[in-house]
Design a binder for this molecule. Structure first.
Ligand code: ATP
Ligand code: MG
Length: 571
């Protein structure tokens, strides 16, 4: 492709609303053009990159025995009611929904478990037909609260979604491992550094899941990992063993202490001298279920924070929010800052984080404005409530797996997510097969997503410098860029000749034949990140060119034959 003809319009400045570096570079180069918040145009060069990523993914999926299908993006509410997810997604406000002319309610697919289960149940009736793995690479729609970070969080994006169907848990294990291995090959071929982390299953549901994370400072996900045993988990899921703390043995009776307008843990530490870890906070949440609501009071050590994802899973509710000032007032009889576990309204369910089990002679609220209890003991003054792991793990705490090393924190971009779904959808949607004994059982499912378009941004976050993008060979829009010094023959004729011959040999070549300065061309070359650059300059008439790689910038003089050998080894 000659740049004079290419639909490529680079600019000099980063757009004002670009946030992370990948977004800045993609939009400064206009490889990616914003349409409106969360929606983008992919211009031709970037579309080539997208296609290459899609191809790598498809090749590895096909190679792993998955079969490609295409499913409708627009789906009927009816189907989503079968799985019970219409309300969940509507409630989370993540789903675009609309009605057709006949008033039939529909959604633009945020994910396709329902659709694929519907397709499979039409034809698969016996365990003998299993396993089956189907996948597609299709557009997904999610009405994200804050679309941002370029292609990382858009409201319309391309996802590869695969779904496996088995008749036994062992079968699911095999399908899951097969997909996991295919994912490893995909990210290796694309050339990304990633880690696999344990993850929460979220609204998709199911028993176990892992995420493929590209490590990058701009990532939205927090990962905790163990350098010793390589335990790694998304913060939403991560466990930890707390570092030992010293408790004071006050060994006294429970006392009601006057704490006027002293509400936060920090204020209470200052006021009483009791360490935060010897206090127990009681936090009240309103839990939202499909047809009902209830309240929960959660006890946690004063120096720790509640992990709301763990709490949501514990209660199995659709959503959860901290109780309002008014609700706290009516449930505890006190202002905010004085809630405690005693004499709570019977409508409230009390639970505790495991951290509280070891704490005694602690301070907690007593449901009376301006008062706290001190020297409270489990067993003596109150029973331990039911306990669960509800805390947010922190860097520096001990690995829950090997119990040797301290956990380290990193930021990550989730590019893939694999789930063992089990029978959540097949049971509700009656996707049944007969087993060996002739009994009808629901198929056992897995689902496996990759953010095809998100990978572009993640790859740039990992591969760029101050001047622009540095594409990996596997996903570069073109491999070679020819630039001339000067705009006159014979240099331009020689460059044209080189362009033709490399293109004929099957290389993906760009030739910058635009009527602009050499400096301008070089700036653009850095910005758009083509991996190999060939400059035709003073020695071009002697058949000598200057060849360099975008990644290291090291220049080498080569004649045509050496260029061909060089490209053959590199590509
Ligand atoms: P996130 O937690 O980032 O919102 P998710 O867990 O909801 O993502 P999944 O349902 O697991 O996403 O979707 C599979 C993959 O699709 C994700 O791993 C991610 O790479 C990609 N993806 C999800 N949401 C978006 C989005 N808004 N924009 C671009 N890619 C996305
Ligand atoms: Mg996910």
């Amino acid at each position: 492709m000659k740049l004079s003809k290419a639909f490529l319009f680079t600019t000099k400045e980063y757009p004002k609303d670009a946030d992370v570096i990948s977004d800045k570079l993609l939009r400064k180069s206009n490889l990616l053009v914003k349409s409106h918040a969360g929606f983008f145009y992919f211009t031709p060069l970037l579309n080539r990159t997208l296609k290459k990523i899609r191809n790598i993914i498809s090749e590895e999926m096909d190679g792993a025995g998955a079969q490609e299908v295409l499913m409708p993006i627009l789906m009927k509410k009816e189907l989503w009611e079968e799985s019970g997810r219409w309300d969940t997604y509507l409630n989370a406000e993540i789903m675009f929904h609309l009605k057709n002319r006949k008033n039939v309610e529909m959604c633009l697919g945020p994910t396709h478990e329902e659709a694929v289960t519907d397709l499979v149940r039409k034809f698969i009736t016996s365990y003998k037909q299993l396993p089956v793995i189907l996948y597609q690479q299709n557009t997904k729609f999610r009405d994200e609260i804050r679309p941002r970070f370029g292609l990382m969080r858009t409201s319309e994006f391309i996802m590869k979604d695969a779904y496996s169907f088995d008749s036994s848990e062992e079968g699911l294990d095999i399908s899951y491992r097969t997909m996991r291995e295919a994912y490893r090959r995909i990210f290796k071929r694309i050339g990304l550094e990633y880690i696999i982390v344990q993850a929460d299953s979220g609204a998709i549901g199911g028993s176990g899941s892992e995420e493929f994370m590209i490590t990058a400072d701009s990532g939205e996900d927090t990962i905790l990992y163990c350098p010793e045993c390589r335990y790694a988990a998304n913060l939403e899921k991560a466990g930890s063993v707390l570092n030992p703390v010293e408790f004071n043995d006050y060994n006294k009776e429970l006392i009601k202490l006057h704490t006027p307008n002293i509400r936060t843990v920090e204020e209470l530490v200052g006021f009483t001298g009791i360490p935060a870890h010897q206090m127990i906070k009681t936090i009240i949440f309103r839990l939202i279920y499909k047809d009902s609501e209830k309240f929960a009071a959660v006890m946690i050590r004063g120096d720790l924070e509640i992990n709301e994802v763990k709490l949501l899973n514990y209660f199995g509710c659709l959503d959860m929010i901290k109780a309002t000032v008014e609700e706290i007032g009516s449930l505890t009889g006190a202002e905010v800052g004085f809630a405690g576990p005693f004499n709570l309204n019977s409508k409230i369910q009390l639970v505790g984080d495991r951290s509280i089990a070891e704490v005694n002679y602690f301070l907690c609220g007593c449901n009376e404005t301006d008062y706290h209890n001190i020297n409270v003991c489990f067993g003596r003054d109150m029973e331990l409530p039911p306990l669960a792991d509800l805390k947010t793990a922190r860097e520096g705490e001990i690995c829950p797996e090997c119990r040797k090393s301290a956990l380290v924190q990193k930021m990550g971009i989730e590019v893939g997510h694999i789930f063992k779904l089990g029978t959540k959808y097949s049971e509700k949607m009656r996707a049944l097969v007969t087993d060996e004994s002739g009994a009808e059982i629901p198929m056992i499912m897995g689902c496996y997503g990759i953010g095809t378009s998100r990978i572009i941004s993640a790859a740039i976050e990992q591969n760029h410098d101050g001047n622009g993008i540095i594409w990996q060979n596997s996903i570069a829009p073109y491999h070679i860029l020819i630039i001339t010094v000067g705009k006159e023959p014979p240099v331009t004729d020689i460059a044209e000749e080189l362009y033709k011959s490399l293109t004929e040999k099957g290389y993906e070549v760009l030739y910058d034949d635009r009527e602009v300065s050499f400096g301008f061309k070089m700036k653009d070359a850095d910005l758009i990140g083509v991996p190999y650059r060939i400059v035709a300059g003073r020695k071009a008439s002697e058949g000598i060119f200057e060849v360099s790689k975008r990644r290291d910038g090291i220049k080498q003089e080569m004649d045509i034959d050496s260029i061909i050998t060089f490209l053959e080894t590199e590509l």
